[in-house]
Design a protein around this ligand. Structure first.
Ligand code: ADP
Ligand code: ZN
Length: 757
């Protein structure tokens, strides 16, 4: 994204340029609405893909303000929506259907409503679909099942046991507590509490919801920051205390204490009574992070990710809406939680592609976090050891303020990164690791340390072919090879999830024993490692873990505690883990991400490999990384070796500037798919014919997408290249309205695309 975000005026100007949704007009409505309390009709935005809000009559006796959640009829259905302003008045009041009820939830805060309009206009999604990101928790509008706490009655049970006595002792100096917490405090099982209740010694009382959520304490336990860290922490805390919009880049190598430092900014927000939101790219894997948070603030933060139960979602959503959540750690979707106010938003690993939502409403949570912070009037902190080029350029141009942490904390030193030229020293036939890597692994293990092998490829082998007839196993639904997963004895398509058992004989010619696996995945590397180091304890860390997320967490814990000697992992290992004993990192194929030539290939490879290498030597001396490559002269790899990140970013920025690519120009993508190839082709041909002319927007395509078929849909792409000031959104919406969707056609718009598949 490349918006000027320095002041509110400019955002308003940007919003007004977007012709689709007239944000400014709505703001004017809202102002007039606060003044006139008795509205006859209201416009209600419904969380569905509708063109805009609909008018409803307000029944006698109901008083509504902008932001109120209401229930309204929609065709034969009843749906929940939000009062977006006074009725537009296009329909005679007598003909309007009426609002059915005012739902029991605090009204949406104004900045959040502006945010919905802003995001909708920016990503070219119907505003209702953006509102749906906020209203994903239908149960939030139904009365909560009360939470009960237990309280002593003064009656003693007929039979007293030491366990029962401990519960009653705990009760002496605590308020009523829910059963699990009471049991935990007394060190007994929950059945003891139940027994006391049945014996009449305890009674149940309904708890205030606020009593069920612990408050993080900004002064619970501060670590002694180094003078460097202290300086940055103070600057960030001061910025937060200003209670105004500002973007701060927290730039420091892995292990330099960025997390410790931004904790101080959170502490300041807490002192000011404003909540803090931390966005992480990989939220389900953050046990270590949560433990650190608890050490610093005395209790765990609230959580938001796809693994929550419906009850947890409801509770958390309500608590956020009622301003009872002081700190929440979440995945990108947490950005759409209904806080009335925010004191600081932290985007940790801001460069991470995981912040981009690719389905439905296509948005980048990092960029939209900046917009939300601006509309709210709070600080946003972008933390990374390898900032994205967008952030780097914005900082260099003075739009963002950069705070640097130069050194690793304590003992740890950054690992030495070296390249191994695979052309000069290829691995032995049938293996994937060069001798230098085996030797380094052996040395690490001899010192009682750990080695990590990184390969960003799941499974055993990315392709299976028949030596007899040349048949290659591909997916019936996609233009993609089937990946062998040997542990599961399956071939799997990584685009649609289609699986089949690994064949015994060739499907095509029937030859037995002629099928060969081509290329390595993590499973194959593990096979090589266990053959070479039979005594070593090896573990695979990839999203295919048989135990799911819980299994991955367990493996991470095992590694952190030193229960593993060799780790073979995909990109999951790169993200934020702290493995004290890890001293050596081997990268099996450093060229893997460089080949596909997309806009960010170099940048991403740099980020990924330096993150992975940064796992080594966090608490050991002499951390080391060896990268296997066929092109050691490649600038990305040379930059990794020299460690001169800024020179690399400068060069990359220069190249992008010359090509007028982001962040110096803007990109948009339009992906069109159809179940019938001819239907899709006819549609894109028509669309191409209707391309509007604009001197600062260039349209490339249509072209079949690089993966031309996914899930049996044929895919075509247009790529739009626009000048920084060009009205890209208006151009696209005008264009698409000239060729309405029909038949099986689906159209998806991606502003600032990250994926070019
Ligand atoms: P980053 O987020 O930059 O990777 P972290 O904040 O995770 O760095 O710090 C790396 C490790 O060093 C962590 O275990 C952290 O607790 C520790 N650490 C950093 N600064 C200090 C400090 N001032 N005192 C004690 N431990 C620190
Ligand atoms: Zn498939």
């Amino acid at each position: 994204m490349h918006l000027k975000l320095c002041n509110r005026r400019i955002v308003t100007a940007q919003a007004m340029r977007l012709q689709n949704f007239v944000v400014a007009a709505r703001l004017a409505f809202h102002l007039s609405m606060r003044e006139s309390a008795d509205m006859q009709s209201v416009s209600v935005l419904i969380p569905l893909a509708l063109p805009g809000p609909y008018d409803y009559a307000v029944p006698e006796g109901l008083e509504l303000v902008r932001g109120d959640f209401v229930r309204v009829p929609l065709g034969p259905r009843q749906v929940n929506g939000v009062v977006w302003g006074p009725g537009a008045g296009d329909v005679a009041p007598a003909k309007l259907k009426s609002v059915l009820a005012h739902l029991d939830a605090p009204a949406l805060a104004d900045p959040l409503m502006q945010f919905v309009d802003w995001v909708a206009a920016y990503v070219l999604a119907p505003p209702g679909l953006v509102l749906r990101q906020i209203m994903r928790v239908p149960a939030a509008f139904e009365p909560e099942k009360p939470v009960f706490g237990y309280q002593a009655t003064g009656v003693l049970p007929d039979r007293m046991t030491p366990a029962r006595q401990r519960v009653l002792d705990v009760m002496l100096d605590t308020p009523p507590l829910p059963r699990p917490e009471l049991a935990r405090l007394a060190g007994v099982s929950a059945s003891v509490v139940k027994g006391l209740f049945e014996a009449g010694a305890l009674q149940k009382t309904a708890l205030q919801p606020s009593l069920t959520r612990p408050r993080p304490d900004p002064n619970f336990s501060r670590v002694q920051l180094t003078p460097d860290q202290e300086g940055v922490a103070t600057a960030l805390a001061d910025a937060v205390a200003q209670q105004d919009f500002g973007v701060h880049v927290l730039d420091g190598v892995t292990g330099s204490g960025k997390t410790e430092v931004y904790f101080e900014a959170i502490a300041r927000a807490l002192e000011a009574g404003r909540p803090a939101l931390i966005l992480l790219p990989e939220i389900s894997l953050t046990a270590q992070f949560l433990a650190r948070f608890e050490r610093r603030f005395g209790c765990a933060p609230a959580l938001w990710h796809s693994g929550l139960t419906p009850a947890e979602r409801r509770r958390t959503w309500r608590a956020v809406a009622e301003n009872r959540v002081q700190v929440l750690v979440g995945a990108r979707s947490a950005l759409f939680l209904p806080w009335p106010d925010l004191g600081v938003i932290i985007v940790d690993e801001e460069h991470d592609g995981g912040f981009k939502q690719e389905d439905g409403v296509v948005y980048n949570a990092r960029d939209m976090a900046i917009v939300r912070a601006q509309l709210t009037g709070c600080s946003v902190i972008l933390s990374s050891a390898t900032p994205s080029l967008e952030t780097f350029v914005n900082a260099r141009q003075g739009r963002y303020q950069t705070h640097r942490l130069a050194a690793r904390h304590g003992m740890g030193e950054l690992p030495d990164i070296e390249l191994v030229d695979m052309r000069a020293t290829p691995p032995a036939r049938g293996t994937w690791l060069v001798p230098q890597i085996s030797t380094a692994m052996e040395a690490a293990m001899a010192r009682g340390e750990q080695a990590l092998l990184f390969l960003n490829r799941r499974g055993y082998a990315p392709l299976t072919i028949c030596r007899a007839c040349g048949h290659r196993y591909d997916c019936p639904n996609c233009d993609a090879w089937m990946v062998e997963h040997r542990f599961r004895r399956q071939l799997e398509c990584h685009h649609c999830g289609h699986t089949r058992p690994t064949p015994e004989a060739c499907d095509n010619c029937g030859a037995a024993d002629e099928l060969v696996a081509c290329g390595p995945g993590v499973e194959r590397i593990t096979e090589e490692v266990t053959a070479r180091f039979p005594k070593a304890r090896a573990a695979i860390l990839s999203s295919d873990h048989a135990g799911g997320v819980a299994g991955i967490r367990q493996t991470i814990k095992l590694i952190a505690e030193g229960g593993v000697d060799i780790i073979v992992g995909t990109q999951i290992v790169a993200k934020g883990h702290h493995f004290p004993k890890l001293s050596f990192v081997g990268v099996v194929d450093a060229d893997l991400g460089l080949g596909n030539g997309d806009l960010r290939a170099a940048e991403r490879t740099y980020q990924m490999l330096s993150q992975v290498a940064g796992r080594a030597g966090r608490e050991t001396t002499g951390g080391r990384a060896l990268l296997q490559t066929h092109m050691p002269e490649h600038p990305v790899l040379q930059a990794l070796v020299s460690g001169d990140r800024d020179a690399f970013l400068e060069r990359e920025a220069e190249a992008r500037e010359q090509a007028a690519m982001p962040p110096f120009g803007r990109l948009g993508a339009i992906i069109i798919s159809a179940t019938d190839q001819q239907e899709g082709l006819a549609f894109v041909t028509e669309l191409a014919r209707k391309t509007p002319a604009h001197e600062h927007v260039r349209v490339l395509g249509p072209a079949p997408a690089p993966i031309a078929r996914i899930r049996d849909r044929y895919r075509f792409r247009f790529l739009l290249k626009a000048g920084r000031q060009a009205p890209l959104q208006a151009f696209i919406s005008q264009w698409l309205s000239a060729a309405p969707r029909r038949g099986s056609i689906r159209i998806s718009v991606d502003i600032d695309p990250y994926s070019f598949l």
